[in-house]
Design a protein around this ligand. Structure first.
Ligand code: ZN
Length: 218
């Protein structure tokens, strides 16, 4: 029962993160502003705000205008619930769960805006900096981020900043493996979706998750 509550709490946080990402670049407050349908602007009732269940009950559509709600919303609430549950059940440590939360937030920003605010990255960077000792290989990713910011490389500065944080959790070789997995997934996505500009952080995050699960199994 407690596990279910933790999962439900996590998915509620996921729902809040969605609002945070969507309203970050707008004038709308993500704390005080009432939630509404992006299509018909109808204010959402209390039952429409129940994470996961409301979307299952309404079959992923707005109750008022019947517009389809992005599957990303359901997926985010589910993943965030699982992140909290995995830490509660000690499948991950609290810091590993925090790294997955970092991946989720940056993936959401990248998927929606093809980039993320440096302020959000910096917030996580400060937390991790206080927990873990700094090591030299991190400078390599930071240097590459600076290079990518100055010159048009095929990979963005934000992706290197993501790798900078993840080097607290993975070795250099493991990060290269994550990039390889992400590249293959990104290529498959490009073949099927034909998107000109690819948000790479979601693929890097999936690569991290795959590597993490593989290491847990072995
Ligand atoms: Zn609506």
């Amino acid at each position: 029962m407690l596990s279910l509550l933790i999962f439900f709490f996590g998915s509620t946080i996921g729902s809040f993160l969605l609002v945070f990402v969507e309203r970050f670049f707008t004038e709308e407050s993500f704390i005080y502003g009432r939630s509404h349908c992006d299509h018909c602007q109808h204010r959402l009732g209390i039952f429409d705000l129940v994470p996961l269940l409301s979307q299952l009950f309404l079959r992923g559509r707005c109750r008022y205008c019947k517009t389809k709600i992005s599957f990303l919303n359901f997926f985010t609430e589910l993943i965030c619930g699982l992140i909290f549950l995995s830490a509660f059940l000690h499948f991950t440590s609290v810091t590993q769960a925090l790294s997955f939360l970092f991946c989720l937030v940056l993936s959401l920003f990248d998927a929606k805006n093809h980039g993320f605010p440096l302020l959000v990255w910096g917030g996580f960077a400060v937390i991790f900096f206080l927990i873990f000792p700094f090591h030299v290989t991190m400078l390599c990713w930071f240097f590459l981020a600076l290079l990518a910011d100055c010159f048009p490389l095929k990979i963005g500065a934000g992706d290197f900043l993501w790798l900078f944080i993840l080097s607290y959790f993975l070795s250099f070789i493991q990060l290269v493996e994550v990039i390889q997995i992400a590249s293959v997934l990104g290529l498959l996505w490009y073949v099927f979706k034909k998107e000109k500009e690819l948000a790479f952080i979601p693929f890097l995050s999936i690569g991290y998750l795959i590597l993490f699960l593989t290491l847990q199994i072995h």
